[in-house]
Write a protein that binds this ligand. Structure first.
Ligand code: SF4
Length: 173
């Protein structure tokens, strides 16, 4: 397997990266998260993915698409917004995997108990079918706390909200 790992952020990725290395799976990362807002936060999470890739010595591709207006002006419900948010990202990851010779893809979103796990699986499976690449699934949620500790130990930035400007405004509520 030649795997593409979608990286939503460094703290959610660190445990998965170690697991892939330990399993001897050939992989590279992709940072594609137009949902991360405002721009300062986008840059900070992107920079920390770069730090992680240097610490663990693996390759990451970066897409600097930033789409705050699309999230701010989205007319649907909160649930519909999250569905759109996952779908845009998983579609792009599957497409990128197909175009760049990867045989499978996965996402660091699968480690977070705060994300909609079943919906992410459903959308990944759809994207896999659409682009003709495999979706590599593993339930990493039980390792979330350990991953956060590893990120703390590695000096990585750990954010306090999901990503979009609306989750930023609702943080701590
Ligand atoms: S809350 Fe998180 S998953 Fe939902 S739209 Fe915002 S960034 Fe995306």
């Amino acid at each position: 397997m030649n795997l593409l790992l979608h990286m939503c952020c460094a703290p959610c990725s660190i445990f998965i990266v170690d697991d892939l290395i330990e399993q001897g799976i050939k992989f590279e990362g992709l940072f594609y998260n137009p949902n991360i807002q405002p721009i300062e936060e986008f840059k900070r999470r992107c920079d920390n993915v770069k730090i992680l890739s240097e610490q663990k010595d693996f390759n990451v591709s970066y897409d600097d698409k930033f789409m705050q207006n699309e999230w701010e002006s989205f007319g649907g419900s909160e649930q519909e917004r999250c569905t759109m948010c996952y779908q845009i990202r998983m579609d792009k990851v599957a497409e990128f995997a197909k175009e760049n010779g990867f045989t499978a893809f996965t996402t660091s979103l699968l480690i977070s108990p705060y994300q909609q796990h079943d919906l992410i699986i459903e959308l990944c499976e759809k994207a896999a079918k659409k682009y003709g690449v495999q979706f590599y699934y593993k339930d990493y949620r039980q390792s979330f706390r350990l991953g956060q500790q590893m990120a703390r130990d590695a000096g990585l930035y750990r954010q306090k909200y999901c990503g979009c400007i609306l989750s930023y405004e609702n943080r701590g509520k």
